[in-house]
Design a protein around this ligand. Sequence first.
Ligand SMILES: [Zn+2]
Ligand SMILES: [Zn+2]
Length: 146
Amino acid sequence: MGAAPVTGSCLCGAVRYRVSGPLRPVIACHCRQCRKTSGHHVAATSAAREDIDIKGDLRWYRSSPTARRGFCPTCGSNLFWDGPGENLSIFAGTLDGPSGLAIAGHIYCADKGDYYEICDGAPRAPGADPALTTMAPTDAGREGKG
Ligand SMILES: [Zn+2]
Ligand SMILES: [Zn+2]
């Protein structure tokens, strides 16, 4: 829809990526694996795999029989979750600059940590919720962002 490509990277810059297609709204995942890997909970957008160009020494950790997680071996940043489905999840904190995105839902809320509350008004699911994780991308708020 004419939106400029979005870029992102790990903390040290050794892994960089560029997304040429639309991004899904951000979904927060409070599952145990996401809490362990991120140190809190994960907030991820996603995009079609063929629209994501990854450069650098990205490594993959096989976190379950059906999923793997992409990280930078130098600085340890977590960047991607790769599981079933057509999209690759991109951890929203690794995006460069303003994303124009917003959190649109929470999944695996039954597994969340006990030290925080989910205080925004976005929909919450106790476990997986395909209605949230396969939500259509939106270009709202993305045009004109530098
Ligand atoms: Zn790095
Ligand atoms: Zn998770």
